[in-house]
Ligand binder design. Structure first.
Ligand SMILES: C[S@@+](CC[C@H](N)C(=O)[O-])C[C@H]1O[C@@H](n2cnc3c(N)ncnc32)[C@H](O)[C@@H]1O
Length: 224
């Protein structure tokens, strides 16, 4: 397994300290709601993988519901924040430092949670990462994705694009995240023989603002 990044090449070195507050303020809590919805119907004992879990708030919630959670975070700065949160909560979360794909080779999970994770990748790389996540879902298991909502046609579309571009640009400056249009996971994964859409729900900023964040859940066909 490749070694984790050093302090110098930790892309989230400066972003880690402000990330949770910035996402909460920018979305008026909507980003958090899309993360929490990823755990819809989660049952005790289920195996959950969270790649790039950031400070592990969702991981701690999943563990509190009795799931067996593996969270794999590549950034040492984020990993430290996650470790502190897990310890404070006394949560039973397995937290690994490194690359999620290497850390989970050959394993399968009942739920894979890609919470605001696929947004890190550009249009060319994202589908490869998403396919790798789908491969980690056990038959009958689920892939949950939280992300920006695809652009809704109409007069507000330019505003919605700007609403995505501003945090993406900020992140890109701090973490070298890719700049790209909003990913449309629902359209991309529609009609696949191996997946069934089970949830698509939009979150409003500040509960009453525009619904520009979304959670999708897909079930992998093949369970009993
Ligand atoms: C945009 S943040 C999302 C954090 C959190 N999941 C959330 O809901 O806000 C992306 C996170 O993925 C991590 N990450 C990126 N590539 C990774 C990889 N290959 N393996 C593990 N973590 C990775 C980054 O370090 C960062 O913490």
């Amino acid at each position: 397994m490749a070694p984790p990044p050093t302090r110098e090449d930790d892309l989230y070195r400066s972003a880690a300290a402000v990330y949770d507050l910035a996402t909460a303020l920018w979305s008026g809590g909507a980003i958090w709601r899309t993360r929490a919805w990823c755990l819809e119907d989660l049952r005790p004992g289920q195996r959950v993988l969270i790649p790039g879990p950031g400070s592990c708030r969702t991981a701690v919630l999943a563990a509190a519901r009795g799931a067996r959670v593996l969270a794999v975070e590549r950034s040492p700065a984020m990993h430290r924040r996650a470790r502190r949160r897990i310890e404070r909560a006394g949560a039973d979360v397995e937290l690994a430092l490194g690359d999620w794909e290497e850390a989970t080779e050959g394993r399968a999970f009942d739920l894979v949670v890609a919470e605001h994770f696929l947004n890190v990748f550009d249009v060319t790389r994202m589908p490869w990462v998403r396919e790798a996540l789908i491969r980690r879902v056990a038959p009958g298991g689920r892939l949950a994705i939280a992300d920006f909502r695809p652009v809704v046609r109409g007069p507000l579309a330019p505003l919605q694009r700007l609403h995505h571009l501003i945090p993406l640009g900020g992140c890109s400056l701090l973490t070298r995240n890719a700049m790209h249009p909003i990913h449309d996971h629902g359209t991309d994964l529609a009609g696949r023989p191996d997946l069934r859409a089970v949830l698509e729900r939009d979150a409003r900023s500040f509960r009453a603002g525009p619904a520009w964040f979304r959670t999708w859940i897909f079930e992998k066909i093949g369970g009993e």
